[in-house]
Design a protein around this ligand. Structure first.
Ligand SMILES: C[S@@+](CC[C@H](N)C(=O)[O-])C[C@H]1O[C@@H](n2cnc3c(N)ncnc32)[C@H](O)[C@@H]1O
Length: 317
């Protein structure tokens, strides 16, 4: 049969590992802290069972990896890495896995797809896993999934540079979290007033191609204007007895800049203790672009309709 890399679960897991090294390193650090001597569940372990095998290599006493997909390669890799005697792989739905294999000291749950809507279902899955497989002091990796959102005019570059500065401020916060270093001294680099007064930096003119990237690709802050602050949506925290993850049905976001609001950027932060494992952004158009001015309120409706474009209304302040 000809080689067909498309749709190969092992290959998509390999590229997840290789192309997001910060994710892998943060997970490895979290497991180095918590796995030694522990019993570990890798919920949704994937075709390669990498995190289960890594936990065993880092000294876990016993590891169970569970995934709905086939796991023959995960078993081979566990043998190849000398941990086949401590790692068991179960091919079944997590909701149907036998609770008698637990409870576990550590539960790994890297099951997310980086889309806020799909991932609410995955958060709820992990809450059910916690109920069935955690004890009172189980450590979860990740232990929190946080969602936030901001509204944008994606067709107009921000001549003041504030949109880019905000993105840089958030980048510094991520760098602080990933490195464990405080970087307050670097913040002056991205302060818009400082930039304007000392450097006179201007946002480069927009090319038609850049507009296209902003509308359909990964959000490029050079070509858009942020019209709201970033607003907290929800945080799922995993622990035995934690509340069921949910999003508010209507989310109110205060408008801070005038413009034509045509989309939102969701950000999902996957966190384990003080480690940021992964931060991803998803652009979504609103159902109808709206002119907005400061002090108005943007209401996003997160009911079943936000599969494609998110329903949005604007009310006066
Ligand atoms: C994004 S992949 C991540 C794989 C692996 N945890 C990693 O980080 O490399 C998510 C995995 O969760 C599994 N999964 C999702 N829902 C599941 C369920 N209800 N029961 C079992 N496995 C599930 C999928 O089959 C998929 O392999």
């Amino acid at each position: 049969m000809p080689f067909d890399p498309e749709g190969s679960a092992p290959l998509s897991h390999l590229s997840l590992l290789a192309h997001h090294p910060e994710r892998l390193l943060a997970l490895r650090l979290a497991l180095a802290r918590h796995a030694p001597g522990a019993t570990v569940l890798d919920a949704g372990c994937g075709a390669l069972g990498t995190l289960a095998i890594m936990a065993a290599k880092l000294g876990a006493a016993r590891v169970v990896g569970v995934d709905g997909g086939p796991l023959p390669m995960a078993r081979q890799l566990a043998e190849e890495n000398g941990v086949g005697d401590r790692v068991t792989f179960l091919e079944c739905d997590l909701d149907e896995a036998d609770a008698a294999v637990g409870p576990f000291d550590v539960i790994i749950g890297m099951v997310y797809l980086n889309h806020p809507r799909l991932d609410l279902a995955r958060q709820q899955l992990m809450a059910r896993v916690a109920k069935r497989f955690a004890h009172a002091t189980t450590v979860f990796v990740p232990d929190r999934v946080r969602l936030s959102v901001a509204g944008f005019d994606t067709r107009t570059a921000d001549a003041t540079g504030e949109t880019k500065s905000t993105a840089w401020r958030e980048t510094i916060e991520r760098a602080e979290s990933l490195s464990g270093l405080s970087m307050r001294a670097a913040r002056f680099l991205v302060d818009p007033d400082w930039r304007k007064s000392r450097l006179g930096l201007a946002v480069p003119p927009l090319s038609p191609d850049a507009r296209l990237t902003a509308r359909f690709g990964f959000p490029d802050r050079n070509t858009m204007t942020q019209l709201t602050d970033r607003e907290f949506v929800a945080e799922a925290a995993y622990a035995q007895g934690a509340p069921q993850p949910s999003y508010p049905e209507n989310l109110e976001v205060p408008v801070t800049r005038a413009g034509r609001l045509d989309g939102v950027i969701w950000r999902q932060d996957i966190v384990a203790g003080d480690l940021l494992i992964r931060s991803t952004e998803t652009f979504q158009a609103v159902d109808a672009a709206e002119p907005v001015i400061p002090r108005e309120t943007l209401t996003l409706t997160l009911d079943d309709r936000w599969q494609r474009n998110v329903p949005a209304t604007v009310t006066p302040g």
